[in-house]
Design a protein around this ligand. Structure first.
Ligand SMILES: Cc1ncc(C[n+]2csc(CCOP(=O)(O)OP(=O)(O)O)c2C)c(N)n1
Ligand code: SF4
Length: 303
């Protein structure tokens, strides 16, 4: 396949996803799909639980993805994808990739039982969680992926989120699946490379993609890439992979304070005026970074 279709980036040229989707302007989740399908290719079946992508894809018979899509109940993306895999294998269609594609609510919270079960069975599927850090489709409610200190409609001004983000990549890595990784739309080459790597493997592969959401984060729609980059630089969302138990950082730009990342995001505006909670958020980020760095060092020592 030829490369360099997207200006300034070395990406597969094929645009599997078509324009005219129903996402909000600047939707990070739509960008995530566009890049992911460049890696996954046209021989892919997508499985969507309830989430923004149920809407973004468009009403039947229209579909923005350009590949077959199966819609499932909220809790069952990983189970339904496992069933699609079994059916394709039965028909001898082993080369078709099956990808469950779910939001953070459908992954971190309501879909985790089915995901854990599929991981324990090491089902031969790719599971992508595009993480916009709340239940956006139903109007911005808190999920267990929502960061400490963020405003949502269920963590309003006086009581913004008091818990940190669940370490779901750690949870998946602890299942011993062949491949788990983080990515963001702000580093498309890294995202595509990780899905290309995942595609070469067999078993359950999990990708956690940070997908900034203009509507829920209360940011201008032309700022999603900038905030994705800041999330990585502030180490709020480090980019790494765990390939057969080997932890490796893939992108590690010069570090900036978390205050730089939250500035201008409407969902964090209460935090900007609250030094104590901002310090708590920075400490939470630092603690997670230390744990990740020690896992990476340990893997380096063993290699
Ligand atoms: C069992 C069940 N509970 C609630 C809903 C309503 N619902 C549809 S989409 C959605 C939010 C999904 O959030 P997330 O998975 O984070 O994806 P996003 O909307 O952010 O893309 C909810 C609560 C549902 N469809 N099924
Ligand atoms: S609410 Fe957010 S994730 Fe959903 S379509 Fe709009 S921008 Fe995309």
């Amino acid at each position: 396949m030829s490369a360099v279709a997207t200006r300034n980036f070395d990406l597969p040229a094929d645009e599997v996803m078509s324009p005219g989707h129903l996402g909000c302007g600047g939707c990070g989740a739509a960008l995530a799909m566009r890049f992911a399908l460049k890696a996954l290719g046209r021989e892919t079946v997508l499985v969507f639980p309830a989430c923004c992508w149920t809407v973004i894809d468009g009403p039947s018979p229209y579909s923005a993805t350009g590949v077959p899509v199966m819609h499932t109940p909220f809790a069952s993306a990983a189970a339904a994808a496992s069933g699609v895999r079994a059916a394709l294998d039965r028909r001898g269609q082993h080369d078709v990739t099956v990808c469950a594609w779910a939001g953070d609510g459908g992954t971190f919270d309501i879909g985790i039982q089915a995901l854990s079960a599929a991981a324990e069975r090491n089902e031969n599927i790719i599971y992508v969680c595009y993480d916009n850090e709340a239940y956006m489709n139903t109007g911005v409610q808190r999920s267990s992926a929502t960061p400490l200190g963020a405003w949502t409609t269920t963590t309003p001004a006086a009581r913004t989120k008091r818990q940190g983000k669940k370490d779901l990549v750690g949870v998946l890595a602890a299942h011993g699946v062949p491949y788990v990784a983080t990515a963001t739309i702000a580093y498309p080459e890294d995202l595509v490379a990780k899905l290309q790597r995942a595609k070469t493997l067999t078993g359950l592969r999990f990708l956690h993609i940070l997908a900034p959401c203009p509507a829920g984060w209360k940011i201008p729609s032309d700022q999603v890439v900038r905030y994705g980059r800041l999330a990585v630089a502030a180490r709020v969302f480090p980019l790494f992979e765990v390939d057969h138990d080997r932890w490796r950082l893939s992108v590690d730009p010069p570090v900036v304070p978390v205050a730089d990342y939250i500035k201008g995001q409407g969902r964090f505006r209460f935090l900007e005026r609250d030094d104590d909670r901002l310090t708590a958020l920075q400490s939470d980020v630092d603690r997670r970074w230390r744990r990740l760095a020690s896992r990476v060092r340990e893997a380096e020592a063993w290699s």
